[in-house]
Ligand binder design. Sequence first.
Ligand SMILES: Cc1cc2nc3c(=O)[nH]c(=O)nc-3n(C[C@H](O)[C@H](O)[C@H](O)COP(=O)(O)OP(=O)(O)OC[C@H]3O[C@@H](n4cnc5c(N)ncnc54)[C@H](O)[C@@H]3O)c2cc1C
Length: 383
Amino acid sequence: MDLSLTPEQASFRSEVRAWLQEHVPTERLAPPGTPEGLEQHRAWERTLFEAGFAAVHWPSESGGRGLGPIETSLFYDEYLAAGAPERLNRLALGLAGPTLIECGTPEQRERWLSRMLSCDDLWCQGFSEPGAGSDLAALRTRGVVDGDRLRVSGQKIWTSHSRFADWIFALVRTDPDAPRHRGISFVMIDRHSPGVDVRPIKQMNHASSFAEVWFDDVDVPLANVVGDLHDGWRVAMVALTNERSSNLNTAAHFEQLLREVVDMVPDDRRQDPRVLERIGRAHEEIEAYRYVTLRTLTELSQGRRPGVQSAMGKLWWSQMQTRLHELGLELMGEDAELLDPAQATNGFVHRYWLGRAAHIYAGSDEIQRNILAERWLGLPKGR
Ligand SMILES: Cc1cc2nc3c(=O)[nH]c(=O)nc-3n(C[C@H](O)[C@H](O)[C@H](O)COP(=O)(O)OP(=O)(O)OC[C@H]3O[C@@H](n4cnc5c(N)ncnc54)[C@H](O)[C@@H]3O)c2cc1C
């Protein structure tokens, strides 16, 4: 086992580090849900695009850098360590774009890919519905074929970024008589079309980062279907595999989170050995997690799909994230309870800890445990 970088990888890392040092905004950007924040995030995405860093993992003929999983992971390690802003168009760059590259027609790639990279078009993902989340194949939004058009009606839910997105990549049922994993199509819908209604959901942490999206007889060209009509489940699996593979770079994310936790320790507790021990243990846990992600990277760079390995990584990641937030709250002491929600330090109390989002999205904890139980431990499949 050789974990050292090749000279090319080390040189790429230095290039990225130097560029980020020069360009990362020194002030935290406003949240993308505000008009000011949206413009700031778009401007940052354009800066990345102009430097050729918008989607380093995309093939060069599609506007990326054609980097493999290890170099992509190096890029994001540096990105997170530099405290660079959250990626605004990540659903396009991580899911919709790679899916178009693998399953789209040349016309579709020409139409959408470069506008994803430059952030001229912002995208959201319309998969989940009430009653179709973990059991995604239960989805009921209809797409009725009418000549060279689809007429889409139904409801999506938990659609992140839909308040300001321009396009939705969505799953719709185009053949209600087919077995449920067939008869689904993967379709690109213009979010500004007549009949699309976005209704924000107010979360208990006061944010509103996702919404319900309603479709009322929305007119969509059949040319916007990616892959064959009724073959959307296969296309969706391509998108979801890309989502799992793009969730790799989180050891650096947790290091960043731990730095924020350490910053929150009140001055009079900074030398307390109990505090130092807790921080040391969190650091150990992050280091152990780094090796889980390295195993996944090894599988990906050898052209294998990570499977069970990525289920373990996702479960570890969601659990560790909550433990780090709890550590932050504990170390803040009574301040944690007394904070005004609007002024919560670094957003910990309301934005992250109450949200618990990582236990749900990209496959809930229970679903990951099912995968580990069935495919790793060989236990019988649950009902
Ligand atoms: C922050 C956030 C952002 C999101 N963004 C998007 C988005 O942009 N686009 C989109 O389409 N969706 C999005 N989602 C939705 C997400 O994909 C779903 O919430 C997720 O798939 C779970 O579905 P559900 O909420 O319907 O819960 P359910 O599937 O109804 O699950 C409810 C509970 O039952 C458990 N459960 C379900 N099935 C099983 C089983 N077989 N065995 C054991 N336990 C089970 C679950 O783990 C969970 O605890 C987002 C979710 C979150 C939290």
